[in-house]
Write a new protein. Structure first.
Ligand code: SER
Length: 339
């Protein structure tokens, strides 16, 4: 009988993965099992009970998770982001969809073994939305989970399907089977806005322009922003993103009226964000060189998310306003990082 309570984090080497490993290993008794295509940095690996290096599209990768672990939860973070996915849509389908199917199947089999449901946390994205025009984007303002579910990117299509797949596995799996199903999974997902970390620079996303601007400025570099100065989509600070995942994971199931929740914090344009950044790093500069196609993608993402359902069902609320994030989280940490 497996004895050590554990959580599995796929995509552990990504930005959210690193932040989540730190938080879980400091504040939880669960052993952390990290899974990624690439080996973890030694400082991260030290925190984990097991590191599985492998591809999430391969069932054998999941089979390597130690039998001694009672897997209580899976944080399935492994994904190709929106810009990378447009370069290789078929590979994106494989990582973002087949990988999710593998992770769900793994969680299902572990639920049978433990005789209880396995929590499954799935980061979805603002990319699940596809607003048809800039006019409509401005008119719509903050959108709720049910609006504009017509994504234009492969990543958005994959994430929206991942939400549906999770709902199916949690509520309707093999609904016609005669023999009893395993206890199954408790699937919960969050549609994240762009996320800004003081410690890591994202890659392969289309919301990367604000974090790229910050990290370039902190090194006194020039930054050519790949979207227009007045572009507007929502963002949040990395510690709030991790809080959201852990908050939703801990929520009382009887309070949850949905499997998909928006979360958000603020939505500065690059121009507005650059004012804070350039005040802090006066030797830096920001110019605008919009990439028409990446701009086109961001223009289909809402200018704000309505997260009232998350606020109501599981008391979600971000700690960081834009000003507080910059003063208390970003500036002190990036100054140290690039000192
Ligand atoms: N950060 C993601 C991307 O740009 C959006 O969820 O792809």
């Amino acid at each position: 009988m497996p004895s050590q309570s554990a959580v599995v984090i796929t995509g552990a080497n990504g930005e959210i993965g690193h932040a989540l490993i730190e938080r879980l290993t400091e504040h939880s008794r669960d052993a952390v099992i990290a899974m990624d295509l690439r080996d973890l940095d030694a400082s991260m690996a030290r925190r984990c009970a097991q590191v599985v290096v492998g591809d999430v599209t391969d069932a054998a990768t999941f089979e390597r998770v130690g039998e001694q672990f009672d897997v209580r939860a899976v944080y399935h973070l492994a994904a190709m982001l929106s810009t990378s996915s447009e370069k290789q849509p078929e590979r994106a389908q494989s990582v973002n969809v087949d990988g999710t199917l593998r992770a769900l199947t793994f969680a299902m089999s572990r639920s049978a073994r433990r005789g209880e449901r396995v929590s499954f946390l799935f980061p979805s994205s603002i990319a699940a939305y596809g607003v048809p025009s800039l006019d409509e984007k401005r008119r719509a303002g903050a959108v709720d989970e049910s609006q504009f579910n017509t994504p234009t990117t492969m990543y958005g299509v994959n994430k929206l399907y991942g939400e549906h797949l999770g709902r199916y596995y949690a509520r309707h799996y093999r609904q016609l089977a005669q023999e009893p199903n395993p206890p199954g999974i408790d699937f919960r997902s969050i549609r994240f806005p762009g996320i800004i970390s003081a410690f890591t620079v994202p890659s392969g996303g289309t919301s990367d322009y604000l974090p790229e601007m910050l990290h370039a400025a902190a090194q006194s570099k020039d930054y050519a922003c790949f979207v227009r100065a007045d572009t507007r989509i929502p963002f949040m600070a990395m510690p709030d993103a991790v809080d959201a995942l852990l908050g939703l994971a801990a929520a009382d199931a009887s309070k949850l009226s949905s499997v998909v929740y928006n979360v958000t914090a603020f939505n500065p344009s690059p121009e507005e964000f650059s004012r804070f950044v350039l005040r802090a790093f006066p030797k830096a500069s920001v110019s605008y060189a919009p990439h028409a196609k990446r701009q086109g993608i961001v223009d289909t993402w809402p200018e704000q998310l309505d997260d009232s359902l998350a606020r109501k069902d599981w008391s979600w609320s971000p700690k960081y306003s834009l000003e507080r994030m910059i003063e208390e989280y970003l500036l002190p940490n990036v100054r140290k990082r690039y000192a």
